[in-house]
Design a protein around this ligand. Sequence first.
Ligand code: PEP
Ligand code: MG
Length: 575
Amino acid sequence: MTKMLKGIAASDGVAVAKAYLLTQPDLSFETVTVEDTSSEEARLDAALIASQDELSIIREKAVDSLGDEAAAVFDAHLMVLSDPEMIGQIKETIRAKQVNAESGLKEVTDMFVTLFENMDDNPYMQERAADIRDVAKRVLANLLGVKLPNPATIDEESIVIAHDLTPSDTAQLDAKYVKAFVTNIGGRTSHSAIMARTLEIAAVLGTNNITELVKNDDIIAVNGISGEVIINPSEEEIAAFKKAGQEYADLKAEWALLKDAETVTADGKHFELAANIGTPKDIEGVNDNGAEAVGLYRTEFLYMDSQDFPTEEEQYEAYKSVLEGMNGKPVVVRTMDIGGDKELPYFDLPDEMNPFLGFRALRISISETGDQMFRTQLRALLRASVHGQLRIMFPMVALLTEFRKAKAVYEQEKAKLQAEGVPVADNIQVGIMIEIPAAAMLADQFAKEVDFFSIGTNDLIQYTMAADRMNEQVSYLYQPYNPSLLRLINNVIKASHAEGKWTGMCGEMAGDQRAVPLLMGMGLDEFSMSATSILRTRSLMKRLDTEKMKEYAQRALTECSTAEEVLELQKEYLV
Ligand code: PEP
Ligand code: MG
């Protein structure tokens, strides 16, 4: 049966392919008494071998896409699978209690997990507990004859269907096979959506219940531009989606002609178009899309892709390769922004009721807990600064005193390196993100002390509207064009210019085609976005006149009372 759904259009692109459900299967079972325990032991052996085969494939894929370090966790899992002590005990339990293999497996692995978990001052043992839990789940799935989904094993064109995707799930998707993903929850600025745009995978989020409506191998048509999803489409619907896909491909080919062109408006003004990146690997896409700078390097992915805190050396190599890859063009590196939807498995932070309002980002860096981590990152950045044009910015600043504290740590580390005779560039700009309304309101005072601002609208909108950026139920409040938000942005830009400083924007709004005319009109200096949005923005700017956009922005700021009015007014200026 054909079924049409509408979700939040989160990453452009159109795709039609088979569904791959990334949902947890039912692993419940009954404990039964058995006479023939040796056939239960044989079932266990078969499930162990099947699990070993699966893990070996997943391990190989992880090494291919993430490097050798990613193999460590799977090696640990494979070791658990061949642990004679544990397997012996499971078989012993099956024989002694005359129970099925599922029950024997659960009893023994639960016991080991509890044992290791209780050694709570030993992080190594805690990790072993997690490994055993994971492995037991896989063996149980094989005993029950159900498949545990794993994105790394997808090897044909697919549309991934999930309740939600974490940034690390998204990082495992191979764009060669995964043509789109559709989820129940999430919004345009959740980090999985941002990564989808970088990977050029179409995405529709916040459909509420797609996982209940789709089975593996159903045919799914996804339009990430309109937010439409059709389950088992008709021939005509498939043709219509393919046509939309072709039109999008044609537009992309037209934009591609602007790769080496300057970003100039119809009246000859220049704006800087920069790219947001998550890893050094993204630099290739940045250059392919003709970016003039990196406006945001989200360094927390360096921490998230790792089994432990990245060392100064590892970080230095990553920053150096980005700076070199940009050939002297500016690179704005943001110090780590852990928290919110970005967690570190090895960094034990207390559970919080409101992680987006909690102990995160710079708040961690300038605390006692984060001090070492922050200093290591700053040293790596300072050492790398000689390889290009580095700019450093701090995320989630609310108070001037937070900036001063962070800047003082930066100065201390810089002085230490210089005393050690390590060369450090002398033109590093140090700025802040404006993502908290308090800082936006006080921008005139901040502007006296910082070198630049970069407006993080993904968070600034959620804090201004008190509406969670991940929650599709309140996505109607997520309004980039609301005059309240525009006034905050305008305040920041004016304040920076009054002190001879510059303002960029690295939130998703900077690449939003309907926001660009307003931001140009307000005099935003730098627009930083997913690399894949740069060329279409260059194409749009070529057609716009800055004087007209100034008038439009002024009227939007002073005459409009709703986001709808702001967009309605735009029509008068885009003819
Ligand atoms: C933002 O908040 O706008 C931003 C760019 O940071 P992030 O999306 O990583 O929170
Ligand atoms: Mg943010």
